[in-house]
Structure formats: C-alpha cells, structure tokens
Design a protein around this ligand. Structure first.
Ligand SMILES: [Zn+2]
Length: 187
C-alpha cells in the first residue's frame, strides 16, 4: 500500500482544490480490506457536510469529533482527518501522541485563513515534519488561472480583511472564494 512508509501526510490548499477528494482516494480502497483499522474524522464545527465527500460522488462516512483526542482513543492504525484546520491548535498534543504510537495520519484542510496566514493547528502540524505535504490548487474565482492558493471571504461582494476568527464556518453568511496570490486582497 502506498501509505506504508508514511507517518503524517498533509493535504493542504485553498477551498475547492480537491483536498477532501485527495484524502478520500486513500481511504476508498481500504473499504475493501478486512483487518485494517482505519477511521475517518471531521470536525464537529463543520456544519456544511453530513459526510466528508458527498459532493464528489465518493461517499465515505466520517465521524464528527470535537477533539483529536477521540482519534487517539479510537486507536485506529490509519486515521483520515478532514477539515483539519478547524481543530484547535492545542489538539496538536493528541496528534503527537498518535504519531508516537506509530499510527498513520492523513489530514486535509485549508492552508491559510481569510487573511492569508497559516492557521495555527496547520502550522503546528507542519512543525512536526510530515513525511509528505501535498499542495492542492483551485481555479481562481477572479482571473480563472489554476493557481488559487488563498481563500477570500466576502460579504456583499466586499472582501472582509479583519475582525473574523481564523476559522469561519460556511453557514451562508459569507461567500468563500478560491483566489490566486495576485487576486487575493490582504489587509
Ligand atoms: Zn487570480
């Protein structure tokens, strides 16, 4: 299996970049294998999706969790964590414990927040030195180039540059747009 020599794999990028689909591609084959303990997880803060990958035609169920401590307690050999950026930075202690037990973890999530800064828990995981980082890009919603790495948050067509938490739920109050570095508007 491709994952055998990996410990921590991170799939990062803007929204709409196929991060969750990349994550799903690791787990879809595992559905067919008996005896491999694996689990898929998603932050309970994600109110948008019932399943992780329902939008892509690949449907794998994910367990909604409040903390990465639940992944540690489940004791699965391979854990997939979607929307990783939604977990608090303090949860990194559980990720370290999971990896210390020689379990494999694949996470996917946003690289940066709406201000273009790396999100705390993502940076803390990067500092652990993942065995592989996969950067995904989306098509820029402004210029159409396939180089969107940022996620711009707009309200009524105007970018919001400050005053929001670093993780903003997609609950319909704001528009989330993938944009390239040239089109991204920073404070
Ligand atoms: Zn652009």
């Amino acid at each position: 299996m491709e994952l055998l020599n990996e410990d921590l794999v991170m799939v990062l990028g803007s929204m709409c970049a196929g991060k969750s689909f990349e994550l799903a591609s690791y787990f879809a084959p595992l559905k067919l294998v008996n005896g491999v303990g694996w689990g898929l997880y998603q932050s309970a803060r994600n109110t948008r999706d019932m399943n992780v990958w329902s939008r892509n035609g690949v449907e794998l169920e994910a367990k909604k969790i409040e903390s990465l401590e639940e992944v540690l307690k489940d004791g699965v050999a391979i854990a997939g964590i979607d929307e990783f950026h939604m977990f608090p930075e303090s949860d990194i202690v559980y990720l370290k414990k999971i990896l210390a037990l020689k379990r494999q973890v694949i996470v996917s999530g946003l690289l940066t927040d709406y201000q273009g800064k790396m999100i705390g828990v993502v940076r803390a995981a990067m500092e652990l030195g993942p065995s592989r980082v996969i950067m995904k890009r989306a098509v820029c919603s402004k210029c159409g180039s396939w180089s969107a790495t940022y996620t711009q948050i707009e309200k009524d067509g105007v970018p919001i540059l400050s005053g929001l938490p670093s993780v903003v739920p997609e609950d319909g109050r704001y528009r989330f747009l993938p944009v390239c570095p040239s089109c991204f508007i920073k404070k």
